[in-house]
Design a protein around this ligand. Structure first.
Ligand SMILES: O=C(O)CCC(=O)C(=O)O
Ligand SMILES: [Fe+2]
Length: 358
């Protein structure tokens, strides 16, 4: 051995980035479900790097070969930039762009899972899931893998409309800027939909907006816990539900966003079940039918989507299980505890105010 090599350097040399795509191709679902207990997630003060973003996003736009908005309300696509090579300024600008546009798409990305984790950590502590399996040695990586052998019971008993969600909203400090890379795509199908929480709020009448603003809702991960128990997997952390405002304010844009969805929101605090179900079902139909504030991504191999889980909903479309498999991996930084600032504006109000000031 060469002299002066420290143990850390040696460990670094020995560490090999897992090739998740290869594992998925060779082994299908290659997840481990460790039989251990994690400590409860601890409160941390979230400082959003989007606050340092340049309103012009010059560090990104000046280096891109092409940038376009996919729809007016949500979704921007950027070509010519590798996420594996971002500077600190580019990460700040990206945080701001994602906060404004909800989701940003990048094609032909070379970012590997270790670089993905580094990227994620620079936005917030990475969420480690309490019940899901993960690739060996990578507890912070959330794997998406489905093929023709995947169980269909859940899908057979639900409609695609039931899949709208924001990630891990049952945590006290749920997901913020989230990265998903797709590295195996079926020949057709497997698109993902995103909807804007800002526009979902703006499309409600002032009377509904006012009614919702004072309310809070419960979000629960109990279904995932039940699923783990049914499959003899260990529940590695006990925390399972949180109460969040139904309209939350984004810490960078200051805009109001609707924050309920059918996967994790269970009921509205202070309403009877009868009332709560009626209001939530109306809001879920409002999100699901909001074609004018949704965007649909057709993934290619090595497409990356980065979305702000605080101000968007997403819904993966399970139409491909008979035609091919699909594999991707996600890193999920946590953000602030959701709050509602009564002095905040909606996106539309803010944009109108800025226009009339010009
Ligand atoms: O498979 C997808 O397109 C998205 C899955 C999902 O909900 C997620 O990764 O958060
Ligand atoms: Fe998700």
């Amino acid at each position: 051995m060469a002299p002066n090599v420290t143990v850390d350097e040696l460990a670094e040399n020995l560490h090999q980035t897992l090739d998740l795509q290869k594992l998925a191709l060779e082994k299908g679902r290659y997840l481990v479900y460790p039989d251990k207990k994690y400590p409860e997630l601890e409160y941390f003060e979230h400082k959003d790097r989007g606050l340092r973003g340049d309103p012009k996003k010059a560090s990104l736009y000046d280096n891109a070969t092409k940038v376009f908005d996919v729809t007016p309300h949500i979704g921007t696509e950027i070509h010519g930039i590798q996420l594996s090579q971002l500077t600190e300024q580019q990460k700040d600008d990206l945080a701001l762009l994602v906060a404004e546009r909800g989701v940003v798409f990048f094609r032909d990305q070379d970012i590997n899972v270790d670089q993905g984790l580094e990227f994620g950590k620079s936005f917030g502590p990475l969420h480690v899931h309490a019940t899901f399996g993960h690739p060996p040695g990578y507890p912070e990586v959330h794997v998406v893998y489905f093929d023709e052998k995947s169980p269909r019971e859940y899908l057979n008993n639900t409609s695609a409309a039931d899949g709208w969600h924001t990630d891990v909203s049952y945590e006290e400090q749920p997901a913020s800027v989230t990265l998903l890379k797709m590295d195996i795509v079926p020949p057709t199908g497997g698109d993902t939909l995103w909807a804007s929480g800002y526009a979902a709020y703006d499309r409600l009448s002032p009377a509904w907006q006012k009614f919702l603003e004072g309310l809070q809702a419960k979000h629960s991960g109990q279904r995932q816990f039940d699923e783990a128990h049914a499959n003899n997997h260990v529940v590695r952390r006990d925390h399972v539900e949180s109460i969040h405002p139904i309209v939350r304010t984004h810490p960078v844009t200051g805009w109001k966003s609707l924050y309920v969805q059918p996967v994790f929101t269970t009921d509205i605090v202070g309403l009877s079940k009868h009332e709560s179900d009626a209001v939530l079902n109306f809001l879920y139909a409002h999100i699901n039918g909001g074609y004018d504030f949704q965007v649909r991504l057709k993934w290619e191999t090595n497409t990356v989507a980065i979305w702000d889980n605080r101000v968007t909903f997403h819904n993966p479309i399970f139409d491909y299980l008979d035609v091919g498999r699909r594999h991707g991996w996600r890193v999920t930084p946590q953000g602030e505890k959701p709050y509602f600032d009564p002095n905040s504006k909606s996106k539309k109000q803010d944009e109108q105010a800025k226009k009339s000031n010009k």
